[in-house]
Design a protein around this ligand. Structure first.
Ligand code: PMT
Length: 432
């Protein structure tokens, strides 16, 4: 992609759940030789930190128009003039609405307003917001001046299914490259857009279909919960996993049309609708169930917290209290995920890493050692993350060392983001 070499690209990031995907975009553009300047809106910072984008773009991120030094009066004009291309990823309904109505009240909107460079918007928002006639009218109005990358259909982080998910990164880059090469500013005269709005809105509304099944035809195996390693008939060693994370993934995959096999340790959670539940107790039970199904599945997501050790002896009767201390000798359990990594064929293999220290170092080691496609790393010392909570805060870590950082979000949304990432990998493979 030589086309990006020495190009000055301004990336505008607005406040939506897809903001973290801007990090990947910035990383690709920088790698391809573009000089990237990121401008974030105030709400974008609730979803991704300026530091992440600053590190990836190798340029200070502009977040505040009135920050010192007070060069903003000229800065937005200078950036507007210097830019070869503007990309707004993700573009929220709010940002689109502002630009469509000539509102320039922050650094991003003023710079867009001041530029003659082509601007590409990649909208991402809730299905119903995207279908809202006002949003559609704004998009339609802007189409006369700017370029758009259609959002994709599928399950959104908000739980709804339909159109509104940020387009694939490859699509955004393809459109951006085409616009850059064509040299069009797209700032044509708006033309007779008002008559076309009505048809366009009707088309859009008709196109809203629930139940989009982007996983249909795929079999997903999910592991969830804790294993129990018996000491005697009434005692066991276990951990704090409740199964919430894994059950959320299984439920999301089933809603998206997958055949789902959920191998789960003991839990109070009901089996999600449409999921084949395989209840197990110990790590060795889980090993047997998972390896039996492995050859027939397309995706494995191992969110279970598996005991690394089990008591060497399992007493046949309840162990009686004695005078002194009791020493339990433990032996290693099989590492299920490592075994799957060794025998991997076409499956996409996703692991989890629950860490209390050196999260990135430990998780990066696991992603490579276990031959995974990526690992979902959670720092379980963070409030609202890890065991038992309804939310989680994770990073996707890839064998290449690339990291995608997600904000704190409900486990159902983390599940959606994992499934989105798996689809990106599967589609990438299809192209190879
Ligand atoms: O169930 P919740 O209460 O919702 O909590 C969610 C969670 C914290 C359990 C989940 O988010 C999580 O982090 N799961 C992985 C926990 C873990 O055991 O991580 P680990 O770093 O020990 O293991 C790494 C990976 O290898 C995991 O995918 C694990 O399933 C797998 N493993 C580990 C040991 C083993 N013997 N066999 C394995 O397959």
């Amino acid at each position: 992609m030589m086309m990006w070499h020495n190009k000055f690209v301004v990336v505008g990031v607005t406040g939506g759940i897809a903001a973290y995907k801007a990090a990947e975009l910035v990383s690709v553009l920088t790698r391809e030789g573009a000089e990237v300047q990121v401008i974030m809106t105030a709400s974008a910072q609730q979803f991704i930190t300026p530091l992440t984008l600053q590190t990836l773009s190798k340029n200070p991120v502009i977040v505040d128009m009135f920050a010192e030094p007070k060069a903003w009066e000229v800065q937005h004009v200078a950036l507007a003039d210097k830019a070869d291309l503007f990309l707004v990823v993700p573009a929220t309904a709010n940002l689109i609405g502002k630009v469509a109505n000539g509102i320039a009240d922050d650094m991003l909107t003023t710079t867009i307003m001041a530029t003659r460079a082509p601007v590409v918007f990649a909208p991402a928002m809730n299905v119903h917001m995207y279908a809202n006639p006002i949003v559609q009218m704004n998009i339609h109005k802007l189409r006369g001046f700017y370029h758009f990358v259609e959002p994709g259909s599928g399950r959104l982080a908000c739980g709804y299914e339909g159109k509104g998910r940020l387009a694939e990164l490859s699509e955004i880059l393809e459109t951006a490259g085409r616009v850059l090469n064509s040299g069009t500013s797209a700032q044509q005269t708006p033309g007779e857009y008002s008559n076309r709005v009505v048809t366009n809105i009707n088309d859009q509304l008709e196109a809203q279909q629930c139940g989009v099944a982007d996983y249909s035809g795929l079999t997903v195996l999910v592991t969830a919960g804790a294993t129990r390693e018996a000491i005697d008939p009434i005692r066991f060693i276990t951990n704090r996993s409740t199964g919430k994370m894994g059950f959320a993934i299984a439920e999301a995959a089933a809603r998206r049309g997958a055949r789902v096999i959920l191998v789960a340790g003991p839990t109070n959670l009901p089996a999600p609708p449409g999921v084949e539940l395989v209840a197990i107790e110990s790590a060795r039970d889980m090993y047997a169930a998972v390896t039996e199904h492995y050859p027939g599945v397309d995706v494995v997501i191992k969110s279970a917290a598996v005991a690394d050790y089990r008591p060497k002896q399992r007493a046949g009767q309840k162990i009686k209290k004695g005078e002194g201390d009791l020493i339990l000798e433990l032996e290693r359990n099989p590492d299920i995920l490592a075994q799957l990594g060794k025998t991997k064929q076409r499956q996409v293999l996703v692991g989890f890493a629950a860490e209390t220290n050196d999260l990135i170092r430990h998780a990066s080691d696991k992603v490579r050692r276990k031959n995974l496609d990526f690992i979902v790393a959670n720092d379980v010392t963070q409030a609202g993350a890890g065991f038992g909570t309804d939310t989680n805060m994770v990073k996707f870590i890839f064998p290449t060392g690339e990291i995608h950082e997600l904000p704190m979000m409900p486990k159902s949304e983390v599940a959606g983001a994992i499934l989105d990432q798996v689809l990106v990998i599967l589609r990438q493979r299809d192209k190879e």
